[in-house]
Ligand binder design. Structure first.
Ligand code: NI
Ligand code: MN
Length: 226
């Protein structure tokens, strides 16, 4: 499977022949200046919650690509109100078959409000199943025992966890999350973008090695075979 990192918690995965883009936040990110938004492909855009650092470029990319937006109910409804055409507003525990395979919304411990202050429902993560393999993106979250349910229910090829601390899990809890979800390999996201989430990269790699987990930290713009 191909994984492309666009900075912060924004990434794309090719699964089931489709481009799945997650939490589009590129143009306001000074670390992602070299990414040309007009070249970002998306058949589906999956949004974990309403915070600006996960949705800033959604309307632009959805309008250009015609991608289907998959989001927690209140977030999806808000984007419909902004004129986004193809929206699947789901809720936690719910799964749906899509062109790429299957998606299920998982719980996340965080908060969610829209940039204009509208109610954003509860934040979520996603389990994506496809013929190419399965993966789990936790979204912004604390460590939670619910992650064990993901590992019990789905054999994962990889996971994607926030590791920047302060607003979400830090590396130590992300390593426990990987254990809970039975993922030996995970991509770290949600770090370095803002001063409080600056990552000690060498320390994180060392902690991952000590825990027997493979931590992937692609450069912004880099595509991994995963
Ligand atoms: Ni957030
Ligand atoms: Mn965030």
């Amino acid at each position: 499977m191909k994984f492309t990192y666009y900075g912060h918690a924004c990434f794309a995965v090719q699964a089931g022949g489709k481009n799945l883009l997650f939490d589009p936040f590129i143009s306001p990110n000074p670390l992602a200046r070299k990414i040309e938004i007009k070249n970002v492909a998306a058949d589906f855009i999956l949004v974990s919650h309403g915070h600006g650092d996960h949705i800033a470029d959604l309307v632009d990319i959805a309008n250009r690509t015609g991608a289907t937006v998959i989001a927690p109910f209140e977030v999806g409804s808000w984007f419909e109100g902004k004129g986004v055409k193809n929206v699947q507003s789901m809720n936690h525990g719910g799964a749906a078959k899509m062109d790429f395979g299957r998606v299920k919304l998982t719980s996340a411990i965080h908060s969610s409000s829209m940039p204009d202050g509208s109610y954003g429902g509860n934040p979520c993560g996603f389990v994506v199943e496809s013929a190419d393999g399965n993966f789990y993106y936790s979204g912004d979250t604390a460590l939670t025992f619910d992650m064990k349910l993901v590992g019990e229910g789905t054999k994962l090829r990889f996971a994607v966890f926030p590791i920047g601390d302060f607003f979400t899990m830090g590396i130590d809890d992300a390593l426990r999350a990987a254990e809970f979800a039975a993922a030996n390999k995970f991509v770290g996201v949600h770090y370095d973008t803002f001063p409080p989430i600056k990552l000690d990269r060498a320390g994180a790699m060392k902690a991952a090695r000590a825990a027997g987990k493979e931590l992937l930290l692609p450069a912004i713009g880099e595509t991994l075979d995963i």
